[in-house]
Design a protein around this ligand. Structure first.
Ligand SMILES: *[C@@H]1O[C@H](CO)[C@@H](O)[C@H](O)[C@H]1NC(C)=O
Ligand SMILES: *[C@@H]1O[C@H](CO)[C@@H](O)[C@H](O)[C@H]1NC(C)=O
Ligand SMILES: *[C@@H]1O[C@H](CO)[C@@H](O)[C@H](O)[C@H]1NC(C)=O
Ligand SMILES: *[C@@H]1O[C@H](CO)[C@@H](O)[C@H](O)[C@H]1NC(C)=O
Ligand SMILES: *[C@@H]1O[C@H](CO)[C@@H](O)[C@H](O)[C@H]1NC(C)=O
Ligand SMILES: *[C@@H]1O[C@H](CO)[C@@H](O)[C@H](O)[C@H]1NC(C)=O
Ligand SMILES: *[C@@H]1O[C@H](CO)[C@@H](O)[C@H](O)[C@H]1NC(C)=O
Ligand SMILES: *[C@@H]1O[C@H](CO)[C@@H](O)[C@H](O)[C@H]1NC(C)=O
Length: 263
């Protein structure tokens, strides 16, 4: 949501976007991005599926300048080479307990990556993912998050600048005005109840809502669960077999991409 003036009409004027995959890519890429291969294989195998990929070198950009680790540079540039990928920089807000100046500093670092001098590697970030968003309905939270997202929209040099908030649970609807996507559910697979969980998300906001399901098992019916999300107008999804987004399970990623493409 780049402009406040557009906030109210946006959901009415834009065509409904198809479900996309919001991938928290917290695993270390390793040499030649070898440890991200399971993700890029699914990205390449399903070019019609859109992905927003959260890049997180060190619970944030990790440095005050460009990444110092060539493995990250190679791997991020590889992600940016896919037309169906938008890369998002990870910024922690620690439930508003993090100093706002530290949030600004992280956004500045990600924004600067667009100027990486070795143009052989495009490490630009398209947008920002704010983690640990406080979902208390309060003026202090609202001001902090409005401020942070406005700074991201103004600073990241991208035509699109997707901004995602992750409270991991239902957020006050007022906060939706400040982001493109809100993670309304982030929890164990055993806590995810399909249509029952979706019904907890106010219907007018489902097209701006993401669902992240962790600790899936081999019996998790990804195809059926994703189908219900698509039917019910959810915007974005991710399933992972581990707790904390360090595993890139190639089998599950292919299942997920196939399910999202099928709708
Ligand atoms: C990098 O990959 C090598 C070869 O597969 C593996 O032995 C090593 O543990 C990996 N390192 C990290 C940090 O994942
Ligand atoms: C770098 O990648 C981003 C994201 O994919 C893209 O929007 C941008 O146009 C690319 N920049 C260049 C110089 O190719
Ligand atoms: C969320 O913000 C409120 C103040 O607006 C604060 O009292 C509360 O501690 C914060 N929540 C968490 C989980 O830190
Ligand atoms: C809002 O942003 C301004 C400018 O970036 C900053 O000076 C101010 O401290 C921020 N306020 C809050 C509540 O985060
Ligand atoms: C995860 O689900 C459990 C059980 O349904 C619930 O108690 C807990 O509050 C949920 N966690 C979050 C972050 O919503
Ligand atoms: C990977 O995902 C598949 C499909 O959900 C599952 O059967 C398998 O157990 C997972 N592997 C690991 C190591 O979690
Ligand atoms: C999810 O809910 C839908 C709609 O109620 C139902 O058709 C489908 O079978 C359910 N899928 C699973 C895996 O429970
Ligand atoms: C890739 O996925 C397969 C399962 O399909 C898994 O066994 C393997 O460990 C994964 N590799 C990496 C580097 O995550």
């Amino acid at each position: 949501m780049k402009s406040l003036l557009l906030l109210a009409p946006l959901s009415l004027t834009l065509p409904t976007t198809a479900l996309f995959i919001l991938l928290p890519l917290y695993a270390y890429p390793n040499t030649s991005a070898s440890d991200w291969n399971n993700a890029t294989a699914a990205i390449a195998a399903y070019p019609k599926v859109q992905w927003q990929v959260i890049v997180n070198p060190d619970s944030g950009p990790g440095t005050t300048g460009y990444p110092t680790d060539q493995n990250y540079i190679t791997a991020i540039a590889q992600l940016n080479s896919y037309a169906n990928v938008q890369t998002l920089g990870y910024v922690d807000t620690d439930n508003t307990h993090r100093a706002y100046s530290a949030v600004v500093s992280d956004i500045n670092v990600y924004a600067s990556w667009a100027n990486y001098p070795n143009t052989q590697y495009n490490i630009s970030m398209a947008g920002i993912f704010f983690d640990d968003v406080n979902n208390t309905k309060s003026t202090a939270v609202s001001t902090y998050m409005h401020n942070a997202s406005a700074y991201a929209y103004a600073t990241v040099p991208s035509d699109v600048t997707p901004v995602v908030f992750n409270p991991g649970a239902l957020a006050p609807t007022t906060l939706f005005s400040y982001c493109d996507t809100m993670v309304e559910f982030e929890n164990f697979s055993s806590s995810y109840q399909n249509a029952t969980t979706i019904a907890t998300i106010p219907s007018a906001y489902r097209g701006q809502s993401a669902i992240l399901v962790h600790d899936t098992t081999g019996t998790t019916n990804v195809k059926s669960l994703v189908h219900t999300m698509a039917q019910d107008g959810i915007e974005a999804v991710y399933f992972t077999s581990d707790c904390c987004y360090n595993a890139l399970n190639g089998t599950l990623l292919m299942q997920l991409a196939a399910a999202v493409q099928a709708g």
